[in-house]
Design a protein around this ligand. Structure first.
Ligand SMILES: [Zn+2]
Length: 875
């Protein structure tokens, strides 16, 4: 296997360069190589491109390279994964540059702050590989790039890169995912690598190596920072202020190679200078590929719009941020549809080629890249992107607002915190505010995240509407809305007031808020994510609480419905002290009550208060379930709220003993075929006996079909279609005569009567609460949700259940983003959150996932209502 492939690799090399590679050379470029720099073969036992280098082998080789060239390298651990694997970056430059690395870094920080350079700075090219762990060739390319820069002798380009620039290589952004891929690949492999794409070694089991431990797409997480890999990476990049950032990926095996310039749409927050620099780098990559005779494409598919991508986020910091994509062999050899074979070595070589070409482009133009970056940061600091201030109200979803402020600070954004009552912008802020000035070096990232809307380019939109009118699919790659203030459920105002307050640091703990006095009970108002986390942690520690479904007032304080009260009479003094400690740790809001007497609303002994106990939660896992949805839901429950979740594989659910659980969560997906009748029966029994079923997104359909659906809703076809059409006349054999006189009539004649609504790429929409239901506690004023895809459900009728949250009226529906007009009209008034009693239990349906990417933290209370509170209410 090894000889055969290395032979293939050598053939490639020989064909490329017209020479046989010398024994020592393990680069994909010609030359002589320093024998004191260890090769991959010497260190881990295989040559580049002949095996998929595992995470452990990657670490071993990086350490060997750094040990062999201590004067030209630095290796830094920047994070650890959920599964305990380290993440490293390696700095490469000439001995002179490495010797003055601290001075270079300090001057780069000067420039990034919008100040003048002292002349010490050099441009940093940041090359990041393998963010998707099953996009395998990039990590091996990272190792070869590092080897080449250290070992190549007499290579003028490598010398120039080391002399004129700093190269930072992050070889493996998602080691947990890569380990998963490599393990699955090795477990399925046999005597020879299989080229057949159907072979198990190319066909990963659930979950794929693309995602990290909590099954997040790390290339969507850059501004959410929910995952440790992203938090560490963002801090590392901020500390180096690179001028160029490349994120190297893989795409389908039948493609060729993609590099920037990117496709439309571009974010309006890019500058003309940036767009010119993309062209310069693109031409350098093109020249390298032309020399190899390799095909490539630019300006298609991969856009620069959503700021959670590695390319766009870094572009909003002033770097030239790019995505490169290599066709994936998803193994060692892959037969393409055109009959040719793609090898792993091909992919490694191509990513190696663009890595060096891109670093070379920076080395050829070091002053241009540095001064473009300096001008970008200084102009923003001087107000080029605006001079207003975003004010985030700390009296609404306080914990989420504080948490958002820290996330922004972690991205290098200046956030000021004004404590206590204040007024600004003609508004009063009874608990103060966070102020984010527009005039700062990262202004365009600030705008992109905090503006309510980031408009799509009008000509791009026009083209998409034209495509839709021709029944062609639209070309939007991701969501059109991500306004972080809306997603956190906070209130953000942009005005011209000057920003005042103390600088907020990302690490500053959220301060607890303690009010009231007395020893009768501690009340936890149901107002934000921190409150839900405190209640969950308290229940886990055995502290006894009661939850109300009606608002009450006591001692001059108003407590919204959903408030949880922990009476001293139900708890030991130790438990009450433990509760106070947890509240401090979380930074939660608690109110001490002196008496059970209330001024209005139910007394604590009323039946409106029910005993709240920690639910036992299972989540449907594995085939038939979306790994992104399952991972995000589990992450929000476990890591944000603190509630442990037990995954049960869909294949086992038919024979599972669900009596061990209070809640079964079924994330997005289509599990019906795998559940089968047995699984449906098990779940129905579970609910009838008092269980809570929470179904999300298209999984709702699994429970809404048949003669006696568990949730009596139906999915709707597109507007103007009639899914029942044609049924009655089927026996006649002849079709009704039809005269077609116009283009419009022709389109009408060929339309698909069963077509679903056009896919919504993703927009933030307003929902309205049915205020009497416990599931909407915390949402009396409605909320903002993310809607994506094609699913629109009919409302539950009164006899069947409650539409707890429904989409707002058409004129008030859109909070942010672009929505096709038919979607807007059809979604209005349709259910978002539904509840239907079944026997002694309850079925809860979310039409769209509230946990997507863990970035809708404004919906955490809704998730807590459905998972944490519902079992106690149902009993
Ligand atoms: Zn990728």
């Amino acid at each position: 296997m090894r000889n055969k492939l290395w032979g293939r690799c050598l053939v490639v090399l020989a064909a490329l360069w017209g020479v046989a590679a010398p024994a020592q050379a393990q680069s994909f470029a010609q030359g002589t190589f320093d024998p004191t720099i260890p090769t991959l073969t010497e260190t881990v036992g295989h040559a580049p491109g002949t095996r998929i280098t595992s995470p452990d082998q990657t670490y071993a080789y990086l350490k060997a390279l750094v040990a062999a060239a201590p004067d030209r390298t630095r290796m830094v651990q920047y994070a650890s994964t959920w599964e305990g694997r380290p993440l490293y970056y390696v700095i490469l430059s000439s001995p002179d540059n490495i010797a003055r690395l601290d001075a270079i870094r300090a001057d780069l920080a000067n420039i990034a702050a919008g100040r003048a350079s002292n002349g010490a700075a050099l441009p940093v090219t940041w090359l990041a590989y393998g963010v998707h762990g099953n996009e395998i060739s990039s990590t091996d390319a990272a190792l070869m790039t590092a080897y080449h820069l250290l070992a190549a002798q007499g290579d003028a380009r490598a010398d120039k890169i080391m002399r004129e620039t700093i190269v930072v290589i992050d070889p493996m952004q998602n080691p947990d995912g890569r380990a998963r891929f490599v393990n699955n690949f090795l477990a399925a492999s046999g005597i020879d690598p299989a080229a057949d794409r159907q072979a198990a070694e190319h066909d990963e089991p659930w979950p794929s190596g693309r995602v990290n431990h909590y099954m997040f797409d790390l290339n969507r997480d850059w501004f959410t920072l929910s995952q440790p890999e992203t938090r560490g990476k963002v801090a590392a990049i901020r500390s180096w202020n690179p001028v160029v950032v490349v994120d190297l990926h893989e795409m389908g095996g039948d493609e060729s190679y993609f590099f920037s310039p990117a496709a439309q749409p571009f974010s309006p927050n890019l500058t003309q200078a940036q767009i010119r620099a993309y062209e310069l780098i693109g031409r350098a990559n093109a020249a390298a590929f032309d020399a190899m005779g390799e095909p490539y494409f630019t300006r298609e598919v991969y856009d620069l719009f959503y700021p959670g991508y590695g390319d766009t986020w870094n572009a909003h910091q002033g770097a030239i941020g790019s995505t490169y994509e290599q066709a994936s062999a998803r193994g060692l050899v892959f037969e393409r549809r055109d009959g040719t074979e793609l090898t792993y070595a091909d992919g490694v070589r191509n990513h190696f080629t663009t890595s060096l070409a891109t670093a070379g482009a920076v080395a050829d133009n070091p002053q241009r890249f540095l001064s473009d970056f300096a001008q970008y940061r200084a102009a923003n600091a001087n107000g080029a992107a605006g001079r207003g201030t975003y004010l985030i109200d700390l009296s609404k979803r306080r914990w989420n607002a504080e948490s958002l402020g820290r996330r922004l600070a972690a991205q290098g954004i200046t956030v000021l915190r004004r404590e206590g009552p204040a007024s600004a912008c003609g508004k009063s802020f009874p608990q103060g505010y966070l102020a984010v000035p527009q005039a700062q070096p990262a202004a365009r990232l600030v705008k992109s995240l905090l503006d309510r809307d980031t408009p799509l380019p009008p000509d791009f939109l026009e083209e998409q509407e034209r495509r839709r009118s021709q029944d062609l699919p639209h070309e939007l790659y991701d969501v059109t809305a991500w306004s972080v203030g809306l997603m956190a459920g906070t209130d953000v105002t942009l005005c011209n007031a000057a920003a005042t307050g103390d600088a907020l640091a990302a690490e500053t703990p959220i301060a607890p808020l303690n009010e009231g006095s007395g020893a009768f009970a501690i009340a936890v108002p149901w107002t934000d994510s921190g409150q839900a986390r405190l209640v969950t942690l308290a229940l886990r520690d055995g502290i006894k609480g009661r939850v109300t479904d009606k608002a009450f007032t006591s001692g001059g304080n108003t407590f919204p419905r959903g408030t949880v009260v922990f009476p001293a009479g139900d708890n030991s003094p130790e438990n009450m002290a433990r509760l106070a400690m947890l509240a401090r740790e979380v930074g939660a809001h608690t109110v001490a009550l002196a008496s059970g007497w209330v001024d209005s609303g139910p007394n604590l002994g009323s039946e409106s208060f029910v005993r709240l106990s920690l639910p036992r939660v299972a989540i449907a896992w594995d085939d038939g379930i979306s790994q992104l949805s399952a991972g995000a839901m589990r992450y929000v429950l476990e890591r944000r709220l603190g509630l442990p979740v037990t995954p049960i594989r869909t294949q086992r659910l038919a024979r599972a003993d669900l009596s061990e659980y209070d809640v079964l969560l079924v994330p997005e997906g289509d599990p019906s075929a795998i559940l089968g009748e047995g699984g449906q029966r098990t779940i129905r029994d579970f609910v009838r006996k008092g269980g809570v079923l929470v179904a999300v997104g298209d999984s709702l359909e699994t429970f809404s079909g048949g003669d006696s659906p568990m949730l009596a809703v139906k999915r709707e076809a597109a507007l103007g279609r009639d899914p029942g059409a044609g049924g009655d006349d089927a026996e006649a054999g002849l079709a009704e005569a039809l005269e077609i006189a116009t283009d419009a009539e022709y389109r009408e004649a060929i339309k698909d009567e069963k077509a679903l609504p056009d896919t919504l790429p993703g927009a933030l929409l307003n929902v309205v609460a049915q205020r009497d239901h416990f599931l909407s506690a915390g949402y009396d004023d409605g909320g903002v949700v993310l809607a994506t895809g094609t699913q629109i459900f009919t409302p539950l009728d009164r006899a069947d259940g409650v539409n707890v949250l429904r989409f707002a009226a058409p004129g008030n529906l859109i909070a942010s983003g672009y929505v096709w007009d038919e979607n807007r009209r059809q979604l209005a008034y349709k259910p978002y959150l539904m509840a239907q009693r079944q026997g002694r239990g309850l079925v809860i349906g979310f039409a769209h996932d509230p946990s997507t990417r863990a970035y809708l933290d404004g919906l955490d209370l809704l998730i807590a209502n459905a998972v944490l509170v519902a079992p106690s209410r149902v009993r």
